[in-house]
Design a protein around this ligand. Sequence first.
Ligand code: PDD
Length: 283
Amino acid sequence: MNTSSTAYINGKFLPLSEVTISPLDRGFIFGDGVYEAIPVYAGLAFRLDSHLQRLENSLIAIRLDNPCSNEQWRDIVNQLIEKNQSGDQSLYIQVTRGVAERDHAFPATKSATVFAMSKPLPAYQQEPIKAITRKDIRWQWCHIKSTALLGNLLLRQEAIDAGCQESILLRDGILTEGAASNVFIVKNNKIFTPEKNNNILPGITRDITIELAKENNIDITETKINEQELLNADEIWVTSATKEIAPVIELNGKPINGGETGPICQTLQNLFNQFKQTLRDHS
Ligand code: PDD
């Protein structure tokens, strides 16, 4: 862990090792907060406006006023990127309902805690992964990017314990998403992904994947996918800010596409890489 990197806390930039938060912060006590994880390519926060819009949506959903204007967020994000040597990074921002005496009811006075940090982008982007299916045991408001991630953590750890990297979740027999990713399948050269609703996080990488498929005339449908359709898929991949587009080459111990990255996944990875390259060329 690089604790000498620069972080941001309530108006100040400090070394991460010097950031302290009260144990009474409702983020610590209750998981009463929301967050964003934003990829940074060549010093540019990727799709920052979409991340700020999703943050705003999460804040509205948990009835917490946005403590910063978009202008202020952009300033915090850009300063943080610069102070951490630009380049490729994984930027994290979090807002909690702040410090108050422990009480389930919201505190009468508003004082959100705003925290942000940055670390190098992980090296495993786009790497093939193995996954297991699990029952989606999480709450019913998964569209909110809440810091209360215990359900996701337990499900991710079950995958790790099984020698895999992700759990793919089913609620009442219907595919929702991964423990920390969105899911796509391919059947007969057509792509399918679960539609946006309260059962999934509306992933920014998911949006980009859909846009790239549509721009390149690849058939893609947002729809309900049942367990059988998932298990019989020709290709499966997951998307997230940290994994980008990562093929699932084994599900529940059974190889998918012969244990290789599928052709449609490969095409989308190439399109995604070209898209990133145009950003680098213009940075
Ligand atoms: N998580 N679904 C869940 C439950 C997630 O936690 C994530 C990402 C996604 C993908 O969203 P996006 O494409 O915007 O990253 C879907 C991030 C990476 C995290 O928690 O660190």
